[in-house]
Design a protein around this ligand. Structure first.
Ligand code: GUN
Length: 295
């Protein structure tokens, strides 16, 4: 079987074009969408993500500012900054890049954010709204996964979706999104995790498999049925001495083997990666509309 390659770059580009058009319309009405990005410390992957978020904002016409605090910043300093950003009308959205250094309680920081500026969708009020089907801001990576399925012609409606991974950032919210009774969702969802005993038995039942386990090439060909649609959320750095950086990015799926059985599959890189920032842009525009009474 020749699998359809679900091209995240292409899907992201069309959503970014739509979002840029929304930004032009908002600006014409005197609203300048703004995003504050908070980076604490020097985690190399976080620095790359934050830089890319800034670049994407610029391309789309969103005003953005990155506030970089040192790795030694105290919890009180971060909470004070979040409080200040909550009250700054220049910013319609706030994003605190995770993970935070260990002296800072992430939950406290997420709770401190104003839910109507929480464009990451991580505040417990937004997590709760997502679960009961009243989403304000959908978390960006899971929202990107849904868009990839729908826009590639692989709607999850009526399908058995198996999610491998139960993180608060991907596994739990993607399940919450895809189980809702609404177009582009309405799936039967099963979540597998490290406590699952008969994982292969379950993954082989998947019409759609979402791999978000955080382990390189974890999903092997014998774990999927023929004709499955696979979305690979993994971004694992694996050693590669042939690269200047010394590493390459690998997904959670053994791509070369699984693509021989799949009907459709997303690659890494070039799959979910470009979608996350794209959905962040879309959420920031949504926030700007809400705050200015145009939603
Ligand atoms: N760290 C890894 N993924 C994310 C994300 O989607 N948002 C934030 N804020 N931090 C992250």
């Amino acid at each position: 079987m020749t699998a359809q390659i679900i091209d995240g770059n292409q899907i992201a580009a069309s959503i970014r074009a739509e979002t840029a058009e929304e930004v032009r319309k908002l600006k014409a009405r005197g609203v300048n969408p703004g995003l504050a990005v908070v980076l604490v410390g020097d985690n190399p992957a976080s620095q790359v993500y934050v830089r890319n978020k800034g670049k994407a904002c610029e391309e789309i016409g969103i005003f953005s500012e990155t506030i970089h605090l040192p790795a030694t910043a105290s919890e009180a300093e971060v909470l004070e900054l979040v409080g200040r950003l909550n009250n700054d009308p220049k910013f319609h959205g706030i994003l605190v890049q995770l993970p935070l250094p260990k002296q800072i309680d992430e939950t406290k920081v997420l709770f401190a954010m104003s839910p109507d500026k929480d464009v990451d969708g991580f505040h417990p009020v937004n997590v709760g709204k997502l679960l009961i089907g009243e989403p304000v801001f959908m978390p960006c990576t899971p929202a990107g996964v849904q868009q990839m399925l729908v826009r590639s012609g692989n709607s999850p409606e009526g399908k058995h979706v198996v999610v491998c991974g139960r993180s608060n950032i991907v596994g739990k919210p993607v399940a919450a999104i895809l189980m809702q009774k609404r177009p582009g969702a309405n799936a039967t969802v099963t979540i597998c995790h490290t406590g699952t005993r008969n994982m292969t038995e379950i993954t082989r039942q998947a019409d759609i498999l979402i791999a978000a386990a955080g382990s390189p090439a974890f999903i092997k060909a014998d774990m999927v049925k023929a004709g499955v649609v696979v979305i690979d959320v993994g971004v694992n750095r694996v050693d590669d001495p042939t690269r200047k950086s010394g590493f390459r990015l690998a997904g959670d799926v053994d791509f070369d083997a699984v693509k021989e059985k799949a009907a459709a599959i997303s690659p890494v890189p070039g799959g979910v990666g470009p979608m996350t920032i794209t959905m962040l842009m879309a959420n920031t525009v949504k926030a700007a509309k809400m705050h200015s009474g145009l939603a």
